[in-house]
Design a protein around this ligand. Structure first.
Ligand code: XIL
Length: 342
């Protein structure tokens, strides 16, 4: 080959690489990777089976969380029957695509089977809870990066929620759950997750903070806290209170994960309401990116085609960042832009 041809060829190859590199950097996934941010979504079993959604997930997110299939009632509907197949497929899919997994959730008051809800004695409850945590975390050891070990344990008035776990085991049930989880997979990050816990100064948020602080100071193996962040577009994000809260957890040595972000709109959608939604998503992401101890920004679903919002919040909808046809919405573009910003 003549040297000028060789040079031209090298030039062409370089140009293709540069273009491909730039195009590649323009996905939310690549941009989040660059920032070391776990950027993800909750998924349902079908999401990884349909080629269109599977491709979108692998392209745009680096983290996945099972929206329901790890919950006790679905994973283990009777004491002896474990329904692993959907969860196994999700973990395989994440692994094949180089994505992280979050686990959700063990100790909760909701979506439990009858044999959990009817637990009475401390010994029985401890045996079952530790068995559940150990079984799941051993099966996926090293493959699930972070778990919501406990979910929604604080009531809205700031007291401990009166659950089957509190009643049957007593006030040390979280100690037992976190210690069991640490023993089962020492590398996994262990999170205490809740809602309405994001703003310093709110009654529930302060109680949640005091609980996490007490656990941490007593040496219970907790790595971080989760803010669910199911919020409403019409209520602006109170950034000062959010950041103040994140920082007080940082001072305790605790990470903060944004675990279930969605921003619901009172239907019908108008351009004004959509602008409020965009602002809310942007403000949340901005707060996350500004604080070094926030490691994850996870959406509670990605497409408005399947979101829990319309059935749980009457009159609300359009909470996610892709529309019912999987087309990116304005909120998606705001997220991408903020992730790419210098
Ligand atoms: C919701 C799911 O999205 C629904 O599909 C299911 O019917 C009920 O649970 N907080 C949580 C999540 O921690 O597990 C909930 O998920 C939403 C509120």
């Amino acid at each position: 080959m003549k040297s000028e041809h060789l040079l031209a060829l090298i030039g062409l190859v370089l140009a293709v690489l540069v273009v491909a590199g730039c195009a590649g950097a323009k996905t939310t996934r690549k941009a989040a990777d660059k920032r070391g941010l776990a950027y993800g979504t909750a998924i349902q079993p079908g999401d990884i089976l349909w080629p269109e959604s599977a491709q979108l997930l692998a392209q745009d997110f680096n983290t996945l969380v099972p929206e329901n299939v790890m919950k006790w009632g679905l994973l283990r509907p009777t004491k002896t029957f474990w329904n692993w197949s959907d969860l196994d497929k999700m973990v395989d899919f994440a692994e094949k695509n180089g994505m992280k997994m979050r686990g959700h959730t063990f100790v909760w008051h909701s979506q439990n089977p009858p044999y959990v809800n009817s637990l009475k004695t401390r010994d029985e409850a401890i045996a079952l809870m530790t068995e559940q945590i150990t079984e799941v975390m051993t099966r996926y050891k090293g493959r699930i990066a972070e778990y919501d070990v406990a979910n929604e344990v604080v009531a809205d008035n700031g007291t401990m929620r009166d659950t089957v776990w509190l009643k049957a085991i007593g006030s040390d049930y979280l100690d037992i759950a976190f210690r069991t989880a640490r023993a089962a997979d020492p590398a996994a990050k262990l999170i205490l997750n809740d809602y309405s816990n994001e703003y310093a100064g709110d009654v529930k948020a302060d109680a949640f903070y005091n609980l996490a602080k007490d656990l941490k100071e007593r040496g219970v193996p907790i790595d971080g806290v989760g803010f669910q962040l199911h919020i409403e577009a019409q209520w602006p994000v109170r950034k000062d209170a959010l950041v103040a809260n994140i920082r007080r957890f940082a001072e305790l040595g605790l990470a903060v994960s944004f675990t279930e972000v969605d921003v619901r709109i009172k239907m019908p959608v108008t351009p004004e309401k959509e602008a409020e939604q965009v602002r809310a998503y942007r403000d949340l992401l901005d707060a996350a990116l500004g604080e070094p101890n926030v490691k994850s920004f996870i959406l509670w679903g990605y497409t408005d085609k399947q979101s829990w919002v319309p059935s749980f919040f009457g009159g609300y909808g359009s909470a996610l960042i892709y529309d019912t046809e999987l087309k990116p919405k304005a909120a998606y573009r705001a997220i991408l832009q903020r992730l790419l910003a210098k």
